[in-house]
Design a protein around this ligand. Structure first.
Ligand SMILES: [Zn+2]
Length: 316
């Protein structure tokens, strides 16, 4: 049974927003996309996918599931009313930290640095900071070595952008990453991290409202860590914390995991299975085959893989 899973992050009125450069789906295009899905697909609910994956039922011919990552408030203000208008269910995967402590996730710090700076200026500043902190209790390769290793374009970003993302997301030790991200955030973004966190994420009341209106809520970690890369103790405690913060929104015996950055490994899967998880979503870009694909590692397509952005879905 083929299942297309479309993945969304920011969904907002981009040209009229404070950060028009943020990588998101403009709301006009989102409406067109939903209209396209209505004509060409059968938009299914997560509950249908769960039943089909357990063998209790089948999915319609061209089944499609809508998934929203990271708990952004624009999913509530813009996407949720449109989903209601079309009669579609969205599945929202919300990092526990965003609505329980209102702290800015690293991933969003980096998105906003990228959205407010010119990429070559940013890379220059980043290289300067790498020189500044090198040897001050932190040890890492030369700038030339780092750049040749990590500046590799992918299907979404050019090589400079990937370089900045990799350095700030995974390459440097966590403490230093946070320090450099905060330096760059102060220099380029111009609001406090706290202010941005309060404008960026849904509140628990908003999550509750969506749930009451039939939307599905799932896990996306607590701190939005690369779960497949951190050590076992940190991975377990991140999952425990995310289960505790999302407790009222999920079924502890049948919940769905969406791995931040699509990062997981065998011990992550072992642990979440033990804790009642029944489906895992990755970022591998292709259509899923329910009944054939490993249910803890279902692939997803990006919303940019569908019209009006592109026709990539046909070949994925
Ligand atoms: Zn995420």
């Amino acid at each position: 049974m083929k299942l297309y899973i479309s993945m969304y992050h920011y969904t907002r009125d981009l040209p009229h927003s404070r950060y028009p450069q943020i990588k998101g789906l403009d709301i006009t295009l989102f409406r067109q996309q939903l209209a396209y899905f209505k004509r060409n697909f059968d938009v299914v609910r997560m509950e249908d996918v769960i039943k089909a994956s357990l063998g209790y039922s089948t999915l319609p011919e061209r089944a499609l599931l809508l998934t929203f990552d990271d708990g952004y408030i624009d999913n509530y203000t813009y996407a949720f009313p449109l989903l209601e208008e079309f009669g579609f269910q969205g599945s929202f995967f919300i990092p526990g930290k965003t609505f329980s402590t209102h702290q800015l996730l690293d991933v969003n710090k980096i998105h906003h640095i990228l959205a407010t700076s010119e990429i070559n200026n940013l890379v220059d500043e980043l290289l300067k900071l790498l020189d500044y902190y090198r040897g001050t209790g932190y040890d890492y390769p030369s700038n030339e070595e780092l750049f040749s290793k990590y500046a590799v374009a992918n299907r979404f970003d050019n090589k400079e952008t990937i370089f900045a993302k990799r350095i700030l997301q995974t390459v440097l030790p966590e403490k230093l990453r946070n320090r450099i991200s905060s330096d760059l955030f102060r220099e380029f973004v111009g609001v406090s991290e706290e202010q941005l966190a309060y404008e960026l994420y849904m509140t628990d009341e908003q999550i509750r409202t969506m749930k009451r209106h039939g939307m599905f809520i799932g896990l996306h970690g607590y701190d939005h860590y690369w779960l497949g890369e951190i050590d076992e103790t940190d991975m377990r405690s991140d999952i425990d914390k995310s289960l505790d913060t999302l407790d009222e929104f999920i079924d502890r015996k049948a919940w769905v995991m969406n791995y931040p950055y699509g990062s997981y490994n065998e011990s992550v899967i072992e642990y979440i299975k033990d804790k009642g998880c029944i489906i895992g979503l990755t970022t591998e870009a292709r259509a899923a085959e329910i009944g054939k694909d490993y249910i803890f590692a279902l692939p997803r397509l990006d919303c940019n893989d569908f019209p009006p952005k592109s026709d990539n879905w046909i070949n994925l």
